[in-house]
Design a protein around this ligand. Structure first.
Ligand SMILES: [Zn+2]
Ligand SMILES: [Zn+2]
Length: 139
């Protein structure tokens, strides 16, 4: 998710066309989330590109027409819904701390990325036993 009040950097280009104004741009925003596999907090940056045609407000507008069309309201561009859509589309569906995150050990909950050779040939190390309990309690 994009944290509330986080700065969004905008880079906009406006072009006057026959029907209205064509807005092309990109938005860059900071992201926070957690890895879906190991629950490690993620801080990332995302950028979304978008293009939207804002048509001039037309009083003969047919209400049956496509409601998705963005309209210029008194020469103002309402970019917010466009931005929101672009950002939502650009958000990773299942964020990962790293592309091949191995996740958590099913037995003890250790983060395997921190400990790739992790295994349980022997009984669980007593140092981890408390953690196991903690992870189970959270379930
Ligand atoms: Zn991860
Ligand atoms: Zn383990």
């Amino acid at each position: 998710m994009v944290p509330e009040g986080s700065p969004v950097e905008l880079d906009l280009r406006l072009e006057a066309v026959m029907e209205g104004v064509l807005v092309t741009g990109s938005a860059t925003a900071g992201l926070v989330g957690e890895c879906v596999r190991c629950l490690e907090p993620i801080k990332d940056e995302m950028s979304a590109r978008f293009q939207e045609l804002f048509v001039y407000d037309d009083h003969d507008h047919d209400p049956d027409e496509d409601d998705e069309t963005s309209q210029l309201e008194k020469d103002l561009l309402d970019l917010e819904p466009v931005l929101r859509d672009a950002v939502v589309l650009a958000l990773p569906f299942q964020p990962l701390c790293q592309e091949d995150c191995p996740g958590l050990c099913v037995e003890c909950g250790a983060r395997l990325a921190d400990d790739p050779d992790h295994g349980h040939d022997a009984a669980i190390d007593p140092r981890w036993a408390g953690l196991t309990k903690l992870v189970q309690d959270e379930d």
